[in-house]
Design a protein around this ligand. Structure first.
Ligand code: SAM
Length: 375
């Protein structure tokens, strides 16, 4: 793992300027640039330090700004694609003792941030960390840590998602970065890493990707309205059926378009119609609620196809993957987004474009198009 930025004097003060960005390991540069650009458009200068292959980026504002102000200003987290989650640094415990790490944290909190009570606590190990012991330690540490913080009056008795969350980043056994996230301004899952269970009968792991997309890109109300039994969906590039499996599980009737075979058990559900055809050419006879597409192809070709579906009113909403090239991934996404916006301008109604590099995504990002105000 790359070394962390040197600890400066500011690390011992409360309103630190550091903001920790979480990304997929290998996409730190895209996440950092995306954040820098956004901050710049808001007139806030800063610089980033990329921790190669850790999935962590540290951003430092040039000027000290209170946490709340920064959060309000910078954090339309939903508008960030490569940044999965954002933690505001409050300080560091360094060196972290080998014994009584909890005690060291509480002492630091009492000294630097007296009287704050958090709604919950999350411990993060960099996704790219090769240290399996660290990951195992963090997993075991969280429950006793939460209990001790609660005893010490630093954590609410009951988990409160509507309050600030204490976020602790453990880059290694020697250092603890203490930060927090604010309600409404953070990822749906700590660090943008949901723990989803793969159903035993799922035809492929990809099923988790669509599940995560719905959990991340829709809010509760939208899920209630947009994912209801009896809805119709078209799955382009459906074989062997992971995405179709998820849609079927939500009670939808699915047309699966792929020249490849579909999982036999899934076909027995009676909710799937398999069409062997080219997903870039095939169009439905009747409009459907959802069009989802997991075909690996040139991203521009995919967005152009999606744009046509909306222009012709073939679907009401869509989820699709864009496999980004190795170089210029941020630029390619921006270009694709622009093309999609132009195409959607020629469709009836107005639409939101939401995109994220999900935890279950690899070199790709997941995009959703949803009618605006349709929650
Ligand atoms: N979403 C699927 C799942 O969850 O099991 C996995 C899809 S896999 C990544 C991509 C699929 O796209 C392959 O099954 C491939 O046959 C299909 N494909 C590639 N080009 C296609 C095209 N032009 N039309 C339809 N399917 C296509």
């Amino acid at each position: 793992m790359a070394s962390l930025p040197a600890v400066s004097a500011k690390s011992s003060k409360l309103a630190a300027t550091g903001v920790w960005l979480f990304s997929r390991p290998g996409f730190e540069s895209e996440a950092g640039r995306e954040w820098l650009d956004q901050a710049r458009t808001l007139g806030i200068q800063g610089s980033v330090e990329l921790l190669a292959d850790t999935g962590l980026v540290c951003w430092e504002a040039s000027a000290r700004v209170p946490v709340e102000t920064r959060a309000e200003q910078y954090l339309p987290i939903d508008s960030l694609v490569f940044v999965r989650d954002v933690v505001f640094e409050l300080g560091r415990v360094e060196p972290l003792p080998k014994q009584d790490r909890v005690g060291a944290l509480i002492t630091a909190l009492d000294a630097r941030i007296p009287e704050r009570k958090w709604g919950e606590v999350a411990v993060h190990v960099p996704e790219g960390s090769p240290d399996a012991d660290l990951t195992a330690f963090a997993r075991k540490w969280t429950a006793p840590l939460a209990a001790a913080l609660r005893r010490h009056g630093r954590l609410k008795e009951k988990r409160d998602r509507g309050a600030r969350r204490l976020d602790l980043i453990l880059p290694d056994f020697e250092r603890l970065i203490v930060g927090e996230t604010l309600p409404g301004q953070r990822a749906a899952f700590p660090g943008g890493r949901p723990r989803l269970r793969l159903p035993g009968s799922a035809p492929s792991r990809s099923t988790l990707k669509l599940e995560e997309a719905f959990l991340t890109l829709l809010n509760d109300k939208e899920r209630g309205r947009w994912l209801t039994p009896g809805m119709t969906a078209v799955d382009l590039g459906a074989s062997p059926g992971g995405w179709t499996f998820h849609l079927v599980g939500r009670g939808m009737l699915v047309t699966a378009v792929d020249n490849g075979p579909m999982n036999a058990a899934l076909m027995n559900s009676g909710q799937v119609d398999h069409v062997r055809s080219d997903g870039f050419v095939w169009v439905p006879e009747r409009p459907c609620d959802w069009m989802v597409c997991d075909i690996v192809d040139k991203p521009r070709r995919t967005v152009d196809m999606v744009g046509r579906w909306f222009q012709h009113g073939y679907c009401r909403a869509s989820v699709f993957n864009l496999k980004l090239p190795m170089k210029k991934r941020l630029e390619e996404w921006r270009l694709c987004r622009q093309r999609l916006e132009e195409a959607l301008a020629g469709a009836a109604g107005s639409f939101d474009i939401r995109a994220k590099q999900l935890y279950h995504d690899r070199e790709e990002i997941t995009v959703m198009v949803l009618p605006r105000g349709a929650g």
